[in-house]
Design a protein around this ligand. Structure first.
Ligand SMILES: Cc1cc2nc3c(=O)[nH]c(=O)nc-3n(C[C@H](O)[C@H](O)[C@H](O)COP(=O)(O)O)c2cc1C
Length: 310
């Protein structure tokens, strides 16, 4: 399928703040993800060009198509962010209309915008007018528990120049619980002509097939990839060589950018996800969660993985 004039595959890694570091994205890409999103970046922070933001925007050598997500609520600031020199290397820019986090919503950003159709229209128009690159949007199906405005919002996005839309099949109030509303995702797909990307609870082939049955053009996976960047290969039926190699690549990629201390903090959560499903590995959890020594962590992972797989 194509996003504007860019040919893309069908399996995407979702943007995930605090998760999608450059190493994780590189490994997901190596293991079959067709698009790997950089986590949401504050449009204001982009304009200030601070060093933390610059680090988040580093891309991996295998990210042939570069996608970044931005958030904010002011159409002018978001359009300026789209034109920021820091985003020059990105091929696709996604706008966040779905983040449910209280501090984001309180500021009028993310899913708070689902309550303001006029603002969504203005943001889409100003961002798409600011560039020739494809601008995409990511939405939830509504804000309040039983609200269902996905079709309306998707149409507004399309009418205002958006090139593709991702639908996470939940409302803001649901946060990450309750069932994904496949029926609504299907309705969105039937209501717009731009590509629709289905998102929510895809963790294996059964849930992947369920999402594909809605007719979506592509599927986006978030939590299903935590500690399992090889999920994309599995869904594509590609045999995985070595899971431990993936972890090593994740670490080595980050080593080029971070000090040992920063590395330990950035990687700790990933390490715990990497061992989550391995039988007998729970006894290493505490050690992995507390050690401040990266080499120690690697030794533990080696032990766990040599016993379990390779
Ligand atoms: C830790 C975490 C961070 C997230 N950060 C973002 C983000 O930066 N931008 C965004 O649009 N969605 C974000 N999401 C939502 C995911 O992109 C995705 O829509 C959601 O997790 C549902 O998909 P899943 O069931 O495959 O995880 C985040 C989710 C998680 C769990």
């Amino acid at each position: 399928m194509k996003i504007k004039d860019i040919e893309v595959g069908k399996l995407f890694l979702a943007p995930m703040a605090g998760v999608n570091d450059i190493g994780f994205r590189k490994v997901c890409k190596m293991y079959g993800a067709d698009l790997t999103y950089i986590e949401m970046i504050n449009a204001n922070a982009l304009l200030h060009e601070n060093s933390h933001t610059k680090k988040l925007l580093e891309t991996a050598d295998n990210e042939d198509i570069k996608v970044v997500q931005i958030f904010g609520h002011d159409p002018y600031t978001l359009a300026k962010a789209v034109q920021s020199p820091l985003l020059a290397k990105f091929d696709i820019i996604d706008i966040n209309f779905g983040c449910p986090a209280p501090k984001i919503v309180k500021n009028g950003d993310g899913s708070a915008l689902l309550k303001h159709f006029d603002k969504i229209a203005e943001i889409c128009k100003s961002c798409t007018n600011a560039t020739t690159k494809p601008i995409t949007a990511k939405i939830r199906i509504g804000f309040d528990v039983d609200e269902n405005i996905a079709v309306e919002v998707a149409k507004i996005c399309e009418q205002n120049g958006i090139s593709a839309i991702t639908v996470h099949g939940r409302t803001r109030e649901q946060m990450y619980s309750g069932n994904v509303d496949y029926e609504t995702i299907k309705k969105v797909k039937q209501s717009v002509s731009i590509p629709v990307i289905g998102n929510g609870d895809v963790v294996d082939n059964v849930t992947y097939q369920k999402m594909l049955q809605t007719g979506v053009d592509a599927v986006m996976i978030g939590r299903g990839a935590l500690g399992r960047p090889w999920i994309f290969s599995e869904l594509k039926g590609i045999k995985i060589k070595s899971k431990f190699e993936a972890i090593k690549c994740h670490i080595d990629t980050l080593r080029k950018l971070y000090s040992d201390n920063e590395l330990c903090i950035t990687l700790r959560k990933h390490f715990l996800w990497y061992i989550r499903d391995i039988p007998g590995a729970s006894k290493y959890r505490l050690e992995l969660a507390t050690t401040k020594n990266l080499n120690e962590s690697i030794k533990i992972l080696e032990k766990v993985y040599s016993v379990a797989f390779c």
